[in-house]
Design a protein around this ligand. Structure first.
Ligand code: XIL
Length: 391
């Protein structure tokens, strides 16, 4: 596979058309997005405010520890209208010891979101990674058999989804089930598939739906919008989703993680792939966008190839444009907004510079490109001045 071998404010560059008075602005916002995503205190050219004009939500993954840093929370509440806990809703974190729960990080983030008129993406209920050791050890030493594992999972889903019932906009119910091969398929070696069979995936959706009938339930994966170059993984996910929907499984959306890397170029089939998912009747989301490249080191994260400083914002902008082209695409979430917080340097040797703010929390070209795209989406380009022969 080409992309991943494991885990598989500043002023804008264009001028806003006159917004008119604050009242006129508020009136437009109400008409376009009753959600008040750009309500009081948020600058009209902030990402969340611009996106609200077309009913799109701009999100970010958050590490609740960062909520202690005012420079971080300022950006978080001003720029973003949806948050995803980067780790704090994963099973490993919420139940580190069997029967002993730690909801502190998740609770803190959900409360922060409410205070700042943000929605929450829950992430993630059924995944082979970041499972508690007591669970994986129990399965491997035989003390947890298939029937126990099924009821533990059911309990986990009801406990977690039930705890946040009514407070989660989108749940990533199942994460990363397809192989990176061509053709791609549901991975028979996945922890859950191997132990319980592939039917556990639709079952997880049914349980989650019962636990919170109003949450939008998502299937989430990387490279399902053509990033693999062959489109094999997208094809496999598409066929499976179609089949699940035909069987009445409560799946409401599909999330493409959107982890890109400048060395592979932009996946040109992204818009078409998102469109065909939408044509199945699904909502669509970009759930973990970042664009990594080779850098000098994890602390400074200066791209080693100067052209990357153009490719990185370009790919970010193209990804947002793919999302903007599809009305069913309801959120565009970045996987952390600052390079210092990004998972990339820790997971991809020698790479970084993957987010939209630099290591000092200053906005990068990618930020300004996204802002400009959203301005154009929100207001359109202003009409050219008339000339004698062209009016
Ligand atoms: C990552 C987190 O960002 C890291 O902090 C953690 O150590 C590993 O997981 N796909 C996903 C996310 O669905 O949950 C992963 O998050 C990144 C890849």
């Amino acid at each position: 596979m080409r992309r991943r071998s494991f885990l598989a404010m500043g002023a804008g560059a264009i001028t806003l058309p006159a917004l008119g008075t604050a009242t006129a602005h508020a009136a437009t916002a109400t008409a376009a997005a009753p959600s008040a995503a750009d309500a009081s205190g948020v600058a009209p050219d902030a990402l969340r405010a611009l996106a609200a004009k077309i009913g799109l939500r701009i999100g970010t993954a958050v590490i609740p520890f960062d909520l202690n840093t005012p420079a971080y929370t300022d950006i978080l509440k001003n720029q973003f209208s949806v948050v995803t806990p980067g780790n704090e809703m994963k099973w490993q974190v919420v139940e580190p010891t069997q029967g002993v729960f730690d909801w502190s990080g998740a609770d803190r983030l959900v409360a922060f979101a409410k205070q700042n008129r943000q929605l929450v993406r829950g992430h993630t209920l059924l995944w082979h990674n970041q499972l508690p050791t007591w669970l994986t050890t129990g399965v491997s030493n035989g003390t947890i058999g298939a029937a126990d594992l099924t009821s533990l999972l059911k309990q986990h889903i009801f406990t977690e989804v039930g705890r946040y019932r009514g407070q989660i906009w989108q749940w990533d119910v199942a994460n990363e089930f397809f192989t990176d091969s061509n053709p791609s398929m549901i991975n028979p070696n996945d922890f859950w598939v191997k132990n319980l069979g592939a039917d556990i995936i639709p079952q997880a959706f049914r349980w989650a739906h019962e636990a919170d009938p109003h949450a939008l339930l998502f299937y989430n994966d990387y490279n399902i919008a053509g990033e693999d170059g062959t489109n094999a993984k997208s094809d496999a996910a598409y066929a499976w989703l179609k089949q699940m929907l035909a069987q009445g499984v409560p799946i409401h959306g599909v999330g493409d993680q959107g982890h890109l890397d400048t060395q592979y170029g932009f996946p040109t089939k992204m818009t078409d792939n998102l469109k065909r998912f939408a044509a199945l009747g699904l909502k669509v989301a970009i759930t973990e966008a970042d664009v990594r490249t080779f850098v000098d080191g994890p602390d400074t994260q200066v791209p080693t190839d100067h052209l990357s400083t153009f490719a990185q914002p370009y790919e970010f902008s193209q990804m947002l444009k793919a999302a903007l082209a599809v009305p069913e695409c309801i959120s565009f979430t970045v996987w952390g907004f600052g390079d210092k917080d990004s998972w990339v340097p820790g997971f991809f040797t020698g790479e970084g510079y993957a987010t939209i703010y630099d290591v000092n929390l200053q906005p990068k070209p990618a930020y300004f490109d996204l802002q400009q795209d959203l301005k154009l989406a929100a207001y359109g380009a202003p009409r050219r001045v008339p000339t004698r022969m062209n009016h």
